[in-house]
Design a binder for this molecule. Structure first.
Ligand SMILES: Cc1ncc(COP(=O)(O)O)c(C=O)c1O
Ligand SMILES: N[C@@H](CCCC[NH3+])C(=O)O
Length: 435
């Protein structure tokens, strides 16, 4: 990897010195290169525009849900997918157009569905029979008509980590196709006057590197609709496009995935004599993952001769659970001199009370000192989004960087924030407890 640096040999992010960011906002710090986010959003759109097919690019905001990212998505003219009342609230607080939201999730509550219907969420992607029934009741009670898609469990196993594969038949998501549940849901949905069924949805998994799963998925959704004697307006093939975390990962460009899906559905539309359905995709990781990195301050070091050197930083599994959860790999770089000669291989560990609290399993680094700044690369997806307060560590701040400028978009939590929702246990001071 060749990192961009300035005259002081410091790592730069879209023209901003990483050391300036660490000094200004403290560490750990999530930093996003917004130009890169915009580039990816535009690249996804460009391929559909070039092929002149109707489409919606919907950013899967579970990957990173903050007001600022919904605002960037809106500026770039893309939609957003949400999976909870909390993500809906965040998007609405950011001023996001609710018509451009789609709502996924395998167990949406009555309250979440009511909020979505009454706030005008554009599309609800219905996952199960209870939701279909509730949605019928809620829309009738509020006298509204709601656009929906049906989420199908397509029976396609994607080649990825078991925990992030969702398309196989043994999955909690969506209506099962093979046992006829999907057809039953289709019949129910098309007979409900308050629901407008616009199309089908299926998502096969995440961090996928080849196009065949997406082609199969698109073909299967089209074949299914055709088999039911129905011409859908929308085919939503989900997200899951893989990214480069380390040099071992070899993702395709955004355009390759999109082109394969477009070709598959063009052919199906031709064969079935349909108008071209709108192709919806839901990329999350590929939009924000490569654009994010996390800056840490290096602290203690433990050398076990002939075994391993641990280098500890001031964050860890609380801000990036992915290595512990999925054995995920990352690259790290010394922000104060990224292109310096490497001198040793270390394991980068966090500060949490868990042996599995690792950020990088094996990393070649130059000589480092306590106080140096380490940047773990490509942490933009499912890092902040999955952050926790384990060990009562405050969650880090988030900074956006663009064209040489920088701004905090999420403040660092304080110790006061950590106890803000706590209440004193009053019974603890009753006479009985004192005896
Ligand atoms: C329904 C759905 N859409 C989109 C995504 C986004 O996936 P990714 O972040 O891998 O693009 C997911 C997560 O895997 C998902 O479950
Ligand atoms: N959170 C996971 C991906 C799950 C995607 C949600 N369907 C990750 O970090 O890779």
């Amino acid at each position: 990897m060749n990192y961009s640096t300035n005259a002081q040999s410091h790592l730069t992010i879209d023209g901003v010195d990483a050391m300036t960011l660490a000094n200004t906002y403290g560490t750990p710090l999530y930093v996003y290169d917004v130009s890169k986010i915009r580039q990816t959003m535009r690249a996804f759109k460009a391929i559909f525009e070039r092929e002149q097919v109707p489409y919606v690019v919907s950013y899967a905001s579970k990957a990173f849900s903050t007001k600022a990212i919904y605002q960037v998505a809106q500026q770039e003219g893309i939609h957003a997918d949400i999976v909870s009342g909390g993500e809906l609230y965040t998007a609405l607080s950011a001023g996001f157009n609710p018509q451009h939201l789609s709502f996924n999730g395998n167990n949406k509550s009555w309250e979440e569905l009511t909020l979505a219907v009454t706030k005008g969420v554009g599309t609800i992607i219905v996952d199960n029979f209870l939701e279909l029934q509730w949605l019928g009741e809620i829309t009738a009670a509020h006298g509204v008509k709601q656009n929906i898609l049906l989420r199908i469990s397509p029976g396609i196993a994607a080649h990825t980590h078991e925990f992030i594969s969702t398309g196989q038949q043994d999955s909690k998501f969506g209506f099962d196709l093979l046992t006829g549940q999907a057809k039953r849901a289709f019949d129910l949905a098309t007979h409900d006057n308050n629901l407008t069924l616009r199309g089908l949805h299926a998502h096969i998994g995440s961090q996928i590197f080849d196009v065949t799963g997406f082609e199969k998925n698109a073909a299967l959704l089209a074949d299914t609709a055709h088999h039911w004697g129905w011409e859908p307006e929308v085919i939503n093939v989900g997200g899951g496009f893989g990214i480069r975390y380390t040099n071992d990962d070899t993702p395709l460009p955004e355009s390759a995935y999109a082109a394969a899906i477009i070709q598959t559905l063009k052919a199906k539309a031709d064969t079935f004599g349909w108008q071209m359905p709108a192709i919806w995709i839901e990329p999350g990781r590929s939009i924000v993952g490569p654009a994010g990195q996390t800056l840490y301050t290096i602290g203690a070091r433990k050398e076990i001769p002939d075994l391993r050197t641990y280098l500890a930083v001031d964050g860890g599994m609380g801000d990036n659970i992915r290595p512990a959860l999925y054995q995920a790999n990352y690259d790290a770089v010394l922000a104060n001199n990224p292109n310096a000669q490497t001198a040793e291989v270390v394991r980068v560990a966090g500060k949490y009370c868990e042996s599995g609290d690792v950020l990088v399993w094996e990393q070649a680094l130059p000589h480092t000192q306590p106080g140096d700044i380490l940047s773990v690369q490509a942490t933009g997806a499912y890092g902040y989004a999955m952050a926790s307060n384990y060990n009562r560590n405050p969650r880090p701040a988030v900074a956006f960087v663009e064209d040489g400028g920088h701004q905090l978009v999420v403040e660092r939590e304080s110790y006061a924030d950590l106890v803000a929702l706590d209440r004193d246990y009053e019974l603890a001071s009753t006479p009985q407890a004192e005896q």
